[in-house]
Write a protein that binds this ligand. Structure first.
Ligand SMILES: Nc1ncnc2c1ncn2[C@@H]1O[C@H](COP(=O)(O)OP(=O)(O)OP(=O)(O)O)[C@@H](O)[C@H]1O
Ligand SMILES: [Mg+2]
Length: 347
């Protein structure tokens, strides 16, 4: 049995379905991420696991124990809230000791844990500061230390990096990840940022409108999206409705692509790095004349938007030392779309 198991979980707020039909089994020591757009039910599921709200339906197990009706304080679950929810009139040390006080730990044990976890998140020396005297990144560390101090079996992190600037976010990303591996703590991380999800997780669950759409390791979700929502949400893609039959996918009158293997479906997803520039003489299949509409340079790669008749395609080419910048806006070019790069999707 998994470390955290949700069976048929549903949560209704009067007539709003916050989440429904949720079945998840998270493994011991796993870094598991909930990824989905705003309002899809991510925070609700964390609050259900933490015990701050009760499910309308279903059960929650921690290991072999059914905790569905157990009070929050007894669950051994630590949570870092979306807005940190630190106590503004308490010092750093008082915030970190808060959960330990509720657990009626001795004064000495509280002091030891405060010292240990303040150091672990790199805030030694800040113990007596007020929360208002900390930067956003420091507050984030206090919130993390506060949830770790109770030495929970499960750590829940609700978009802990969303208020940080890009550089700090990158650093905290790897710090959280290495701390999690060091402690071996089962962690559920919530984000709407696909890069965070792909770079940090052992497995990712994709949510849409209160439902879990797909669960898998990052590479699998990226390579085999379950539907067009996942294809668009995880990684950039060219997504088209298509007429698919007899081993061919017709995206328009003039764009018909020979598939590598016959498949059935109504949509195709093509990753921008799979389409390449080509020449008319190129005898590869699936070559189409196109015009360059725009070019965006970002250092590591160059993104081109091209049109084949009225259809726009995006291509991304790595800016290696041998890369040639000869293609300009307005140029007439050819693009090749390898048949095997098409992911055929039913919906
Ligand atoms: N206490 C509540 N009362 C009524 N409706 C609620 C309550 N909490 C959440 N909801 C609704 O439930 C749905 C899911 O909300 P939730 O906070 O779980 O989304 P989320 O995925 O965490 O979104 P975000 O990325 O914006 O934080 C939303 O439609 C929200 O309006
Ligand atoms: Mg939320």
């Amino acid at each position: 049995m998994g470390a955290v198991v949700l069976k048929n979980i549903e949560k209704l707020y009067s007539d709003t379905i916050a989440c429904t039909d949720i079945n998840l089994s998270i493994n011991e020591g796993e870094f598991f991420t909930f990824l989905g757009p705003s309002g899809c039910g991510k925070t609700t599921i964390l609050r259900l696991i933490a015990g701050f709200v009760q499910p309308s339906k279903g059960t929650i197990h921690l290991g072999n124990r059914d905790i569905t009706n157990l009070e929050a304080e007894k669950r051994q679950v630590g949570m870092v809230f979306q807005n940190y929810a630190l106590f503004p009139f308490m010092t750093v040390a008082e915030n970190i000791a808060y959960g330990l006080k509720i657990q009626k730990k001795s004064k000495q044990e509280r002091a030891e844990r405060v010292e240990k976890y303040t150091e672990m998140v790199g805030l030694s020396g800040f113990e007596h500061r007020n929360i208002s005297e900390l930067s956003g990144g420091e507050q984030q560390r206090v919130a993390l230390a506060r949830s770790l101090a109770i030495e929970p079996k499960v750590l829940l992190l609700d978009e802990p990096l969303s208020n940080l600037d890009a550089r700090l976010r990158d650093r905290m990303r790897s710090e959280i990840k290495s701390l999690q591996k060091k402690l071996g703590i089962t962690t559920i991380f919530v984000t709407h940022d696909q890069t965070e999800a792909l770079t940090m997780s052992d497995r990712v669950a994709i949510f849409e409108k209160g439902r879990c759409i797909q669960i898998g390791p990052p590479e699998e979700i990226y390579a085999y999206p379950a539907n067009s929502f996942v294809a668009r949400f995880v990684g950039d893609t060219n997504l088209f409705a298509a007429d698919i039959r007899n081993g061919k996918a017709s995206l328009s009158d003039n764009v018909t692509i020979n598939l590598e293997t016959p498949a059935a479906g109504r949509f195709v997803s093509i990753r921008p790095q799979d389409i390449v520039f080509s020449t008319a003489e190129d005898n590869r299949k699936n070559v189409f004349p196109a015009r360059v509409e725009s070019i965006q340079f970002d250092g590591i790669s160059v993104e081109y938007s091209v049109k084949v008749d009225d259809m726009s395609f995006r291509l991304v080419i790595l800016n290696t030392s041998t890369f040639c910048h000869e293609i300009t806006v307005g140029a007439d070019v050819h693009i090749a779309i390898p048949g095997k790069s098409l992911k055929i999707l039913e919906n």
